[in-house]
Write a protein that binds this ligand. Structure first.
Ligand code: SF4
Length: 246
C-alpha cells in the first residue's frame, strides 16, 4: 500500500479509499506532516515509564466503529500515550475511560472500558474518529496540520454518509473541524457566521447530520468537574434521540 507523504498525496489516497478498511489502512500509512511524524515516533521511542515494556503503535490512528454508524463522535487527535500507544482512538488513557463508560451507559458500547486493541470492545451504531489522526505536541495541531489531515476525515464521513445522522463534536477544535465537511461531503455551504461551540450546542442543517457540542472528555475537564458523567449522559441521550437509535 502506497504511503502518503504530501498533502496532495493525502487528497488523492483518501479519494481512492473504497471502504472503511481501505481508508483505515491508508490513514495508518500517512507521513504527510513532518512535525507530527517526528513527535509520534519520538513518543513511541521514549515511552512513558509505566509503559516502557510495551511496543507503541507510533502511527496515525484510524477511526473505530461500525460502517453503518448513525452517530459519529469527532475528537481532536489521538493521545500521545493512549491512541498513539495502542493504535485505537480513545484507548488506553483517562479520556477513553470517561468516553467509553458513557457510551456503555448509553447502550452504545458493550463494555465500559477501552484498554487494548484486543479487549473485545464493540460499539453499536457509532463511529469514533479524530479531526487530526496523529498525536500532536501539547495536543495542539497547527492549522496547516489540521487542513492536511482533513481529507481523511472527509472521506470517512463520505463512507458512512448513508446512515450518519448526528455528529457529537468533543470540544471547540472538533466543532470547528466539522464545518469544512459540509462543503466537502454534503455540498452544503457552512452557516455564516459559524454557530458558537458550547456544551449542548446544537446545529441542524437540511441535508447534513445534526451537530451536537460536548466538552472534550479530557482530564482537564473531567477532573475539574467541568464535564460530569451526567452531562455526557445528556449529550448521548440527545444524540440517540436525534439519530433514531433505541
Ligand atoms: S496528522 Fe493526518 S495528514 Fe498529518 S501525518 Fe498524521 S495522518 Fe497524515
Amino acid at each position: 500500500m502506497a504511503e502518503s507523504r504530501t498533502p496532495d498525496e493525502v487528497v488523492a489516497r483518501a479519494a481512492r479509499a473504497t471502504d472503511l478498511a481501505d481508508l483505515d489502512g491508508a490513514v495508518s500509512d500517512c507521513f504527510a506532516c513532518p512535525r507530527l511524524v517526528t513527535w509520534r515516533e519520538e513518543v513511541a521511542r521514549v515511552k512513558r515509564a509505566a509503559f516502557r515494556d510495551q511496543e507503541y503503535w507510533g502511527r496515525p490512528v484510524p477511526g473505530f466503529g461500525v460502517p453503518d454508524a448513525r452517530i459519529a463522535i469527532l475528537g481532536l487527535a489521538p493521545a500521545a500515550h493512549g491512541g498513539n500507544r495502542i493504535g485505537r482512538i480513545f484507548t488506553g488513557d483517562r479520556s477513553g475511560d470517561v468516553l467509553f463508560a458513557a457510551l456503555h451507559r448509553a447502550g452504545l458500547a458493550n463494555q465500559p472500558t477501552s484498554v487494548a486493541a484486543d479487549d473485545g470492545l464493540v460499539v453499536r451504531g457509532t463511529r469514533i474518529f479524530a479531526a487530526v489522526r496523529c498525536a500532536p505536541p501539547d495536543n495542539k495541531p497547527t492549522p496547516a496540520e489540521r487542513d492536511t489531515c482533513a481529507p481523511w476525515l472527509h472521506r470517512e464521513v463520505a463512507l458512512i454518509r448513508p446512515t450518519l445522522r448526528v455528529v457529537v463534536a468533543l470540544g471547540a477544535f472538533a466543532w470547528a473541524a466539522w464545518w469544512p465537511v459540509l462543503r466537502a461531503v454534503y455540498g452544503v455551504r457552512p452557516p455564516s457566521p459559524r454557530p458558537a461551540f458550547g456544551h449542548g450546542a446544537h446545529w441542524s442543517g437540511t441535508s447534513a447530520p445534526a451537530l451536537l457540542g460536548c466538552y472534550h472528555v479530557s482530564q482537564q475537564n473531567t477532573f475539574t468537574g467541568r464535564l460530569t458523567p451526567g452531562m455526557l449522559d445528556d449529550v448521548f441521550a440527545r444524540a440517540k434521540q436525534l439519530a433514531g437509535v433505541d
